[in-house]
Design a protein around this ligand. Structure first.
Ligand code: UD1
Length: 336
């Protein structure tokens, strides 16, 4: 089977390409490099030893999509192309609706023209909104707290509608919890432009001296140590979850939704101390105010992914931190 991976040079896309290749899939990848670097593709060739086809293209460009589908018989699509910074989405909502939704609709229309009917969608734990009590289950009430979250909720709705209209169409909506870690080769990892928004890349940059200290967003949350709790999942486990979902889709038309997490929560301070153990040095931090829009605790119920896909996360927080540390040590200034 030949899978098109959009956003293939990004953090989760690049790791998923490696897992697809190891599982024996043919891969065609595309990226517009708006938030990633061409060097990632060379690194993927080096790590995998496979020179899969790559297109520099934007999901907004229907002609470019047609060309990819004309030149390659695509059996399924994993769509990682999209913007994901919550704060930016509040400032530039139209950028988010255009990138994440118009792009996805273009892609689905192209797929329909070429009779390609398998789609894997990157959703997020953000769709569980502000209410609700963890562990979050797929049937829990949903809500969006910002335009980024709205694009994920709407993306899910679009796929359910498309799948209801076409009994041969199959889609997996995967709700990611907090992907961290890096490929064990140290060649691929999370490499955000500018100051990182998320916890792990921030800690990693403090550890290599690029940032002075971490600000912990509040230590007065109703948790044992007062800091926020999240379900961190190793990006390699997450990538394998996509491969497992694709295998399921091949045999099951329809639209399925599943959480991808570990089912375990860790606090900000637990993550900080695990990273200190991995790098053998202290990470300076200060406690600041809560970040608007944050919640105290989020972790997944992963029963459905286990039952349907036969998939379960294998790697723990120590491995996540050790691999992140290896990546930032080997690439202190990011991927060049
Ligand atoms: C964030 C987004 C979420 C998105 C996800 C993936 C927000 C409110 N949520 O999730 O919608 O799907 O990223 O991109 O932006 N923390 C600190 N100091 C920091 C950074 C984070 O203390 O400098 C804390 C946070 O308060 C939180 C935890 O670390 O308790 C994890 O934060 P983060 O990595 O940003 O992930 P989420 O907030 O879970």
């Amino acid at each position: 089977m030949r899978i098109l991976v959009t956003g293939g040079a990004g953090y989760i896309g690049s790791h998923t390409i490696l897992e697809l290749l190891s599982a024996g899939y043919d891969v065609v990848a595309m990226d517009n490099f708006s938030n990633s670097k061409p060097a990632v593709i060379d690194r993927l060739y080096a790590v995998s030893g496979v020179r899969f086809r790559f297109y520099e293209a934007d999901l907004g460009d229907s002609l470019a999509l047609d060309k990819i589908f004309i030149e390659n018989k695509i059996d399924g699509v994993i769509n990682f192309a999209g913007a994901k910074a919550v704060g930016e989405s509040v400032e530039k909502p139209l950028k988010y609706y255009r990138n994440n939704l118009s792009g996805m609709i273009n892609l689905l229309e192209t797929m329909a023209r070429f009779e390609c009917r398998q789609f894997v969608f990157s959703s997020s734990a953000t769709v569980y909104g502000a209410g609700g009590t963890p562990p979050f289950r797929e049937e829990d009430p949903l809500g969006a707290l910002n335009p980024y979250g709205s694009t994920k909720l709407m993306g899910e709705t679009i796929l359910r509608d498309v799948s209801a209209a076409d009994p041969e169409f199959s889609a997996a909506i995967l709700r990611y919890f907090n992907p961290i870690g890096a490929h064990p080769s140290g060649m691929l990892g999370e490499d955000p432009a500018g100051i990182p928004n998320n916890l792990l890349p921030y800690i990693a940059r403090v550890a290599v001296g690029r940032l002075p200290y971490l600000t912990v967003f509040g230590d007065d949350w109703p948790t044992p140590d007062g800091t926020g709790i999240r379900d961190y999942i190793h990006v390699v486990d997450l990538a394998r979850g996509h491969v497992a979902a694709l295998a399921y889709l091949a045999a099951h038309p329809g639209c399925v939704t599943a959480n991808l997490g570990t089912g375990r929560g860790h606090s900000v301070l637990e993550v900080l101390h695990a990273f200190e153990r991995a790098c053998g040095r202290q990470i300076p931090y200060e406690v600041g105010p809560r970040r608007p829009g944050d919640n105290a605790v989020s972790y997944a119920d992963c029963t459905r992914a286990r039952e349907l896909f036969g998939w379960q996360a294998q790697l723990g927080l120590e491995e996540m931190c050790a691999d992140s540390w290896r990546f930032i040590q080997q690439n202190p200034d990011g991927i060049q």
